[in-house]
Design a protein around this ligand. Structure first.
Ligand code: OAD
Length: 231
């Protein structure tokens, strides 16, 4: 029986990557319908590429923080699946494997043949797909109105989990926001670690509030100690 951990933008906030819905967050500075929908990309691909090129640059310059490293230690020690809504690669750079349900900034996707490859630091509308040569390349990001990736795999992992932990997410975007209700229906323990109560805070068995770089290493350390005691 494994732990399933859902992570969101709050986990990378102390690495300097902005969250979406906090004061001064990304969606206060940009309209979702201008930069994060298939319609926006069809209407003004230059603007959408510019938005993600900036975010990719910020991601390249950022470093994983103590919370990412603590989760990597947990994953190396206990059966743990990390499902992330984050499009940065800070889990991987901390040494974890993560399932990216909203895509990845460092990947490019061909809208014609669905081939994927490592994105250049700056994507341009005239770039050609290396496989089919069509100039229809886009960031490999799940936009609003599109279906998140890996949902069958995530549902299977949730069905087999013994503990569900949600970290640094406001719980406002589905399907991820619904995972806690799924976990409750299955009767497994649920924990929220966040700066402040999320939308679904009352659905969790246990809640801890504070900066991720403090509360996540603390929680991981308690988990590892408890397992050693049992062993
Ligand atoms: P949000 O910006 O909606 O929520 C971030 C959460 O992190 C909030 O609940 C904050 O309280 C919390 N937080 C902020 N700083 C923190 C810190 N230092 N330590 C711990 N928690 C902190 O981000 P998400 O929930 O990840 O999707 O957003 C979900 C999806 O909405 C994103 O993946 C993105 C966005 O639109 C797409 O772009 C498709």
């Amino acid at each position: 029986m494994a732990i399933v951990i859902l992570t969101g933008a709050g986990l990378s906030a102390e690495s300097g990557l902005g969250t979406f819905r906090d004061k001064g967050g990304v969606w206060e500075r940009f309209a979702i319908e201008d930069v994060a929908t298939p319609e926006a990309f069809a209407k003004d691909p230059r603007k959408v590429h510019a938005f993600y090129n900036t975010r990719r640059k910020q991601c390249i310059e950022a470093e994983p923080n103590a919370a990412h490293f603590a989760l990597a230690t947990l994953q190396a020690t206990l059966p743990t699946h990390i499902v992330t809504q984050n499009v940065d690669d800070l889990h991987e750079r901390a040494g974890s494997e993560a399932i990216h349900m909203h895509g990845e900034l460092r990947q490019a996707l061909c809208a014609s043949c669905e081939h994927r490859w490592p994105a250049p630091d700056a994507m341009r509308i005239q770039d050609h797909c290396p496989k089919c040569k069509t100039p229809s390349t886009r960031p490999d990001i799940v936009w609003f109105g599109e279906i998140p990736y890996h949902m069958d795999r995530i549902q299977k992992l949730m069905a087999e989990a013994s503990l569900f932990v949600s970290i640094g997410t406001s719980g406002q975007v589905y399907p991820a926001a619904g995972f806690v209700a799924d976990a409750n229906m299955r009767g497994i323990r649920t924990v929220e670690l966040n700066l402040e109560p999320s939308e679904g805070a009352s659905l969790f068995d246990e809640t801890r509030y504070g900066p991720a770089t403090e509360i996540v290493p603390q929680w991981v350390s308690e988990m590892l100690t408890a397992t050693q005691v049992v062993n």
